[in-house]
Design a protein around this ligand. Structure first.
Ligand SMILES: NC(=O)c1ccc[n+]([C@@H]2O[C@H](COP(=O)([O-])OP(=O)(O)OC[C@H]3O[C@@H](n4cnc5c(N)ncnc54)[C@H](OP(=O)(O)O)[C@@H]3O)[C@@H](O)[C@H]2O)c1
Length: 249
């Protein structure tokens, strides 16, 4: 086995009853890279032991992730798709009650899957339907119908198209609003968390409400062009003392 292989990645039990591997691989790239490169990286990650993959309609990586999953099964890297935990996200232009189910169906088609493990509302805003743009133009923002959109997410869950549902980039206040109307509670809030952005209030709120937090940009996210985490002197000291890299710490 490769020296870098990940073994026995711990799992967390979600409020949906599902288990999620604590370590996952993100598939967002900036600038965008080609599908073949994404697919190759995912196959290598599967070989190393990654079982949790994070995509989104916006990232344009659902298709290569789907191809990698199919190839991983056909090459025997994994026995079946059930060994993986796959997350995708509803883009803002589909965050309208009547567009949620069709958006998830499109994602499933791109991923060549019958279900995903987790579907998230990507951001707590809606935008003009049909526009898959980032950043979103000021004139394209629309107020979100939280009740209607969450009900549509619950419908996707009831139909078995996603095992868990959740949100991303939601403040404690917006999470409270969802909890008030939810029949199926959000299992996850995915937000930026790293040593320099610790989100203590979110952590306490989510713990108290049985919501698991997923940390994105755990290394400070080069997508935003910052290396303040990777260059942090305290983290470097800990890494040296432990004989690990800063990323491992
Ligand atoms: N929900 C949301 O709104 C949202 C937003 C942003 C991200 N995400 C998710 O979170 C994932 C990760 O986000 P991110 O890429 O911004 O953040 P990140 O994981 O903090 O940063 C990734 C960068 O760290 C560097 N890196 C990775 N592993 C390393 C290692 N072992 N040693 C040294 N450097 C290493 C790489 O930089 P180099 O390429 O320069 O080597 C890589 O591009 C995304 O792919 C996406 O799935 C979600």
């Amino acid at each position: 086995m490769d020296d870098n292989a990940l073994v026995n990645i711990p799992e967390v039990l979600l409020s949906s009853g599902q288990r999620m591997p604590l370590l996952g691989m993100g598939t967002a790239t900036s600038p965008l890279v080609g599908s073949d490169e994404i697919k190759t990286a995912i196959l290598q990650a599967i070989e190393l032991g990654y079982r949790h993959f994070d995509t989104a309609t916006l990232y344009l990586t659902e298709e290569p992730l789907g191809e990698a999953i199919a190839e991983a099964v056909s090459r025997g890297l994994i026995k079946c798709r059930e060994e993986l935990f796959i997350t995708s996200k509803l883009w803002c232009s589909d965050a309208h009650s009547d567009l949620v189910l069709p958006a998830l169906q499109k994602s499933l088609q791109a991923l060549q899957l019958e279900y995903i493990d987790l579907y998230l509302i990507h951001w707590p805003v809606s935008s003009r339907p049909g526009m898959y743009e980032f950043p979103i133009k000021k004139e394209d923002f629309l107020p979100m119908d939280f009740k209607g959109v969450w009900a549509a997410m619950e419908e996707c869950h009831k139909l078995g198209l996603t095992k868990s549902i959740g949100v991303s980039n939601f403040s404690c206040k917006k999470l409270s609003d969802i909890l008030e109307i939810a029949e199926v509670r959000p299992a996850i809030n995915q937000v930026e968390i790293n040593p320099l952005w610790q989100q203590k209030k979110q952590m306490e709120f989510c713990k108290a409400n049985g919501i698991a937090l997923i940390a994105y940009a755990p290394l400070g996210g080069t997508i935003r062009g910052s290396n303040r985490v990777m260059e942090n002197e305290v983290l470097k000291e800990i890494a040296n003392a432990k004989g690990k890299s800063v990323a491992q710490v």
